[in-house]
Design a protein. Structure first.
Length: 182
């Protein structure tokens, strides 16, 4: 294995990142939303909720329900916007949330996670400092999604050394373009 994971080698902590802070409506950091047809209804409901609460929301599509659209189109544009703005966060929706999450994670700087329950959503913020939340429109209810979005937006990154160390390893893998075993 590469020396990247040598436990004797000191690691360099991650630089502070804006996503470590919880978002609140008064901060007005941009939120980018996107979904395919399978998550469209849920996205519309979440967008309405967030705008009512005072968040700065940008709907990157799909703008109308289209049963023939494809999740990579929306996962990519949302992830790209989030990657370009360290204060931004993204919320993506598709049928099971996996495909759109895979797409988002192909963009450098994105840490997307799939929210199936409150525990997963809370720990993806405290432990993994996710900047994109992916929700499964065919698996959870809109009410569950609303609760998860609130938790995800208001939960800060813990900043614990072990989580910082792990995120730094992920960043190194991303910067290297992957790892190869020797």
């Amino acid at each position: 294995m590469s020396s990247l994971f040598n436990p004797l080698k000191p690691h360099t902590p991650l630089a502070p990142h804006a996503s470590h802070e919880p978002l609140a409506p008064h901060k007005l950091h941009p939120l980018f939303l996107g979904s395919d047809h399978a998550g469209w209804d849920m996205k519309e409901a979440i967008q309405t909720m967030l705008e009512t609460e005072g968040y700065e929301v940008h709907d990157l599509g799909d703008e109308t329900f289209d049963p023939n659209d494809d999740y990579p189109d929306f996962g990519y544009v949302v992830a790209k916007q989030v990657a370009e703005d360290p204060l931004a966060r993204g919320i993506l929706f598709c049928g099971n949330a996996q495909g759109i999450c895979i797409t988002a994670n192909k963009v450098k700087g994105i840490r997307a996670g799939t929210g199936y329950n409150v525990y997963a959503v809370k720990t993806m913020r405290t432990d993994d400092d996710t900047n994109v939340l992916c929700l499964p429109g065919r698996v959870i209810s809109t009410e569950e999604a609303k609760e998860m979005v609130h938790i995800w937006l208001k939960t800060p990154f813990s900043g614990e050394e072990r989580h910082m160390r792990r995120l730094e390893k992920i960043k190194k893998i991303e910067d290297m373009g992957g790892l190869t075993k020797k």
